[in-house]
Design a protein around this ligand. Structure first.
Ligand code: GLU
Length: 299
């Protein structure tokens, strides 16, 4: 079977260093095995989409020398597929309407209030998937053997009618015949839910590799919400070398972007990726020595 990997950015802002790392790792994992690498625009949460962000991300990927296979898949064009999957789950009794408000369900795992039917006075707000308390196990090439619970019945379709990320990603990965998912460790706790959904939908499970998350010096997750800086587009080589370094790969100085990629594909070793979270310190200053929990990474 051909190796098929993917990069699935959400078009909520410009590409930042955290997403560059996910793109780089998934790309090298695919290309070093002669596999295909697909790009999917994850705009399923339309409330977070920013105009122009998708184009900006694609242009940045091009400037960094990434090349992808096939057309870009866009989630907002695939709502029929998500609706089909939801209908199948409803027909088989795995999904149920829930009328609990956000305030009623905040914080703790959902206790299953509406599982046996909407209680009097409640109206359908969201569709949830039945889960069990059982742990879902999977082998992660970087994080090692994982065994995690799903954290309660989760949402497949939101109160605003939008399909949930968990549903979209599972349907997309199956339709695109993705054999391995390489992504940031911030998504690690989504994986048991996705595997559960794959089982209920009778879909094959890809393998998983979760690369360490990059966080701000104060420990906050790098994201558009925390104002992670967009990466440089004028002179991508130093930032690409920093990404390779972050991933524990040898990144020798090279004359061109093409040469950096060539060497990176040749020497790519997925098992050299460190497991730990790394704090980014800007200005080239190296912080404290790597610890087991968080290492500092200068860029
Ligand atoms: N769209 C998600 C993000 O940008 C990634 C989802 C995934 O790789 O499964 O964080």
């Amino acid at each position: 079977m051909t190796y098929r990997g993917r990069f699935a950015p959400s078009p909520t802002g410009p590409l930042h260093f955290g997403s560059l790392i996910a793109a780089t790792a998934s790309y090298l994992q695919a290309r070093s095995q002669g596999g295909e690498w697909l790009v999917r625009m994850e705009d399923v949460d339309e409330s977070r989409t920013r105009p122009g962000a998708a184009d900006g991300i694609l242009r940045t990927l091009e400037q960094y020398g990434f090349t992808w296979d096939g057309p870009i898949v866009v989630q907002t064009a695939r709502k029929d597929r998500y609706r089909d999957a939801l209908r199948r789950m409803i027909a088989r009794g795995f999904a149920y309407p829930c009328g609990c408000s956000r305030a009623e369900t905040a914080g703790a795992p959902y206790p299953g209030t509406c599982r046996d039917g909407l209680p009097p006075g409640k109206r359908l707000r969201v569709w949830r998937l039945c889960t069990t308390g059982e742990a879902i196990g999977f082998e992660d090439l970087v994080q090692g053997r994982q065994s995690m619970t799903m954290g309660g019945d989760f949402v497949l379709q939101r109160a605003d009618g939008l399909f949930a990320y968990q549903l979209a990603v599972v349907v997309d990965d199956a339709d695109q015949q993705i054999t391995e998912v390489v992504r940031g460790a911030d998504l690690l706790d989504s994986t048991p839910r996705q595997i559960w959904l794959q089982r209920l939908l009778d879909l094959p499970a890809p393998s998983y590799v979760h690369i360490p998350a990059a966080v701000h010096a104060n420990g906050q997750k790098l994201s558009k919400q925390t104002m992670a800086r967009p990466i440089a587009v004028e002179d991508p080589a130093p930032t690409l070398l920093a990404a390779l370094n972050f991933l524990g790969q040898p990144a020798a100085a090279a004359t061109s972007l093409g040469e950096i990629w060539e060497r990176a594909i040749e020497s790519w070793t997925v098992t050299s990726i460190p497991r730990v979270t790394r704090r980014l310190v800007s200005g080239g200053q190296i912080g404290s020595k790597p610890s087991r929990r968080a290492a500092t990474f200068a860029m």
